[in-house]
Design a protein around this ligand. Structure first.
Ligand code: PEP
Ligand code: MN
Length: 305
């Protein structure tokens, strides 16, 4: 890594790669995030009914997802929109885990809810609107559950790293970054997918990085393309919204894939995932060879004088 990335992000030293810490692998149930395998987290934006959740969970598991997403506490742009089922939603998620074996990721919105959400969830999601709610971050960190940290809509990469540092400072090493698009002058899509953020975070940080193409695009027909780009950029996984009937979804229907759409997205990313594993194996091989190549370069320099 170039020395000046270290200088640029000097405020968040523990987030940066170091000789001792090249890659953090977050383990939940039998899943490793940040390891060799690409991990897809999928499910509805909101937990609506038991039937909706179980049907989705069973489907996404068969299609290759390892983690089930679903909001029980929903941060909505309008106070009049569906706010989530709260505890009932958490119980439905726990039943879906029991039935499918999928681990659960769900959002926690307030400090007071942390103990309750941590009792049911395997991973606590910190939403974009709360990325800089430091009291929430501290409480979530202290729960001991891994934290999925979504990028704030107007947060810089350094801001997001600062929030991760807060979690690490509170004794929780298991942070997963999530690039979900940011606000820019472009209005054609819901957000602007900052794919360079994925590449940069993978370069400078040891923490796993996943991408949320659903919120980045805001439109389901763009989700497969953004998912493919995320894999190519080096992401460790995806967070994708899937619904049995997106037209009837209680939230984020426009960007939710139906079951067929999810299957075809998974098929479309498959060759890119294979390529990614090859690239990663090659990178590991080069890293192992690096000391030998540096020594060789030094010998050449000395010979040249
Ligand atoms: C969500 O994942 O449904 C969500 C609300 O995401 P974000 O916080 O990225 O808007
Ligand atoms: Mn959503």
């Amino acid at each position: 890594m170039r020395e000046d990335w270290h200088d640029r992000f000097a405020e968040t030293p523990d987030v940066l790669k170091s000789a001792q810490r090249q890659q953090t692998v977050v383990r939940v149930l039998d899943v490793e995030i940040g390891g060799d395998a690409f991990v897809t987290m999928a499910g509805p934006c909101s937990v609506e009914t038991e039937q909706q959740l179980l049907a989705t969970a069973n489907h996404v598991r068969r299609a290759g997802a390892r983690i089930l997403r679903g909001g029980a506490f929903k941060p909505r742009s309008s106070p009049y929109s569906f706010q989530g089922h709260g505890l009932e939603g958490l119980k439905m998620l726990a039943r879906a885990r029991q039935e499918t074996g999928l681990a659960i990721v769900t959002e926690v919105m307030s400090e007071e809810d942390v103990p309750l959400v941590a009792e049911y969830a395997d991973i606590l999601q910190i939403g974009s609107r709360n990325m800089e709610n430091f009291e929430l971050l501290e409480a979530a960190a202290r729960s001991g559950r891994p934290i999925l940290l979504k990028r704030g809509m107007v947060a810089t990469i350094a801001d997001m790293m600062r929030s991760a540092q807060v979690v690490l400072d509170n004794g929780n090493p298991n942070v997963i970054f999530c690039e979900r698009g940011i606000r820019t002058f472009e209005t054609a899509l819901r957000n602007t997918f900052d794919v360079a953020a994925i590449a940069l975070l993978k370069l400078v940080s040891h923490l796993p990085v996943i991408a949320d193409p659903s919120h980045a695009a805001g439109a389901s027909d763009l989700v497969p393309a953004l998912a493919r780009i995320a894999v190519a950029a080096g992401a460790d996984g995806l967070l994708v919204e899937v619904h049995p009937n997106p037209a009837k979804a209680w939230s984020d229907g426009d960007q939710s894939l139906d079951f067929g759409g999810f299957d075809s997205m998974m098929q479309m990313i498959d060759p890119y995932v294979t390529l990614r594993s090859l690239t990663m194996a090659e990178m590991a091989r080069r890293a192992r060879e690096l000391p030998a190549r540096e020594a060789e370069a030094e010998r050449v320099m000395e010979a040249v004088g």
